[in-house]
Design a protein around this ligand. Structure first.
Ligand SMILES: Cc1cc2nc3c(=O)[nH]c(=O)nc-3n(C[C@H](O)[C@H](O)[C@H](O)COP(=O)(O)OP(=O)(O)OC[C@H]3O[C@@H](n4cnc5c(N)ncnc54)[C@H](O)[C@@H]3O)c2cc1C
Length: 463
């Protein structure tokens, strides 16, 4: 199947360099060795030019480190890169990992490349890398958008108001993009191709130990990074958890969730691959399928639309809509019966037992079910001295402990707690007309069963 043209953008029109050693692919977002349109385009170009492909990755640590990333995130990232490197090697493609910014690696290696292929993420830091590369790498540059189902600008030319405004656009378009992507044959294999300054990618633990990182939040055993792991989990979910996803989605104790979010965040699995597997699955019914595709495509791509179209998406004043900021400001002086510091929140030391249990799941295992994330976020708003402070600390906790943190989904969903993509509701204290969530929502599922599951998961982390 051809790579859809709407996924491809030419960022530098220079012709391919005539004397070149390879076609270079900077694999910084779609971290996988197949079902990756940027990689397949690099292979097609390399075959056409009679060259091998070199894949590179810039690893940041210390003062240069990726904002808010800690040892938990890096462990998962490195496990994924080792898995991707093995997959690439099998296909006859070399992988070069270097301690430098992605832009530095790409610019340096592009001097020997016929052309440079980039993949695409939407966060501000990623966009700054692309700008630097386009400015300083003197060669043909092609960008391929492979971590969304519908390419972002094809889906919508503007900031979408809510899921209901983006949904019909995506529904109209998504069939054209839900197609399998076969790995192309590599005509000029060179898995041993080496360039100076590369790190050994055989052992993720050794690599992790060599980096300067915030180790206060450590790796988790619950999730191992990599495409192979992602696929195993997806298969298990389709066999055991998918039937009933539509109805069970609001029940965190029922296990009706795919746990794909860390793998999607690190680009270790393609959303198109997941969507095709969901469509083809023999388990689950129509409701399960449409509920899952709503989350995976509509909600996830709405989040990307928001961060791409909002300068300052991590800033309360710019990310939260005006009506919501106004009503929250009007209620900023309302008495707050419970006020907690960020430290007490992080430790799960509040008066709310099940909130503390959810916080424990997040802190110790790096994940929380969507239903509880909503409750968790709304309570931080209620228990913080001001909406601005509540927003900032929710984002900090979210990005520190969740493996899927620092994602477009992180920034967008935290802003949702404060009214983004929502509408005004009945007015009440502290929240004004921003949607409130009461303790009663915990009665809709078996909270005791959820607590037992969290205790087991946390014990497994310690074992
Ligand atoms: C306060 C708050 C903070 C959140 N922080 C994050 C975050 O840091 N990173 C993150 O990826 N998601 C975040 N979410 C969205 C959602 O909770 C998670 O994506 C989901 O729980 C991940 O678990 P799963 O993969 O098992 O989900 P499943 O239910 O199996 O869903 C499949 C996929 O659909 C997408 N999805 C599901 N729910 C949402 C949603 N509400 N918005 C956008 N996409 C969705 C995800 O990519 C997910 O992997 C947050 C939600 C809230 C309310």
């Amino acid at each position: 199947m051809a790579i859809q043209s709407a996924r491809i953008r030419l960022l530098d029109e220079a012709p391919p360099r005539e004397k070149a050693d390879f076609v270079l692919y900077l694999m910084q977002q779609s971290m996988r060795a197949d079902f990756n349109p940027a990689l397949e385009l690099a292979v097609e170009e390399a075959n056409r030019l009679g060259l091998p492909v070199l894949v590179c990755f810039g690893l940041l640590d210390g003062a240069n480190g990726f904002p808010e990333a800690n040892a938990r995130h890096y462990a998962f990232l490195l496990q994924g890169l080792v898995d991707a490197a093995a997959g690439l090697r099998k296909r006859g493609i070399a992988f070069h990992l270097r301690r430098a910014t992605p832009a530095e690696v790409a610019i340096d290696l592009s001097a020997k490349a016929a052309l440079l292929v980039l993949d695409r993420g939407y966060l501000a830091i990623q966009r700054r890398w692309y700008d630097t590369i386009v400015q300083d790498a003197r060669c043909r540059i092609v960008q391929v958008e492979g971590d969304v189902v519908v390419p972002l600008e094809t889906a919508s030319p503007k900031h979408e108001y809510a899921a209901r405004t983006l949904r019909p656009k995506l529904h109209k378009l998504w069939d054209a993009y839900l197609e399998p992507l076969k790995p192309r044959r590599v005509d000029h294999p060179a898995p041993e191709l080496t360039v100076r300054g590369g790190l050994d990618v055989s052992d993720p633990d050794k690599l992790l130990a060599e980096l300067t990182l915030d180790t206060a939040v450590g790796p988790v055993r619950r999730f191992r990074g990599g495409t192979s792991e992602a696929r195993k989990r997806l298969d298990r979910f389709l066999a055991e958890g998918f039937g009933g996803y539509g109805a069970g989605r609001n029940k965190p104790e029922a296990g009706a969730a795919s746990h794909m979010s860390p793998y999607l965040h690190f680009g270790q699995i393609s959303p198109v691959e997941i969507a095709l597997a969901i469509r083809a699955s023999k388990s689950g019914d129509r409701d399960d399928r449409s509920a899952y595709l709503e989350e995976l495509i509509v909600r996830r791509e709405l989040a990307m639309n928001h961060v791409f179209r909002t300068e300052g998406y991590d800033d309360y004043a710019r990310a939260v809509p005006e009506w919501a900021r106004k009503t929250l400001a009007e209620h900023a002086d309302d008495p707050r019966p419970h006020l907690y510091t960020e430290k007490v929140l992080a430790e799960g030391g509040t008066h709310d037992h099940y909130w503390n249990v959810a916080m424990r799941e997040m802190r110790e295992t790096g994940y929380m079910h969507n239903q509880l994330r909503m409750y968790w976020g709304k309570k931080i708003l209620e228990w913080s001295p001001s909406p601005e402070e509540g927003f900032a600390r929710t984002l900090r906790l979210n990005n520190r402990y969740f493996l899927d943190g620092r994602d477009a989904n992180s920034f967008t969903n935290v802003a949702w707690v404060y009214g983004l993509h929502d509408r005004p509701w009945q007015t009440r204290k502290i929240f004004g007309s921003v949607r409130y969530q009461s303790e009663n929502s915990l009665r809709k599922f078996d909270a005791k069963a959820y607590e037992r599951a969290v205790i087991q998961l946390c014990e497994a982390e310690q074992a």
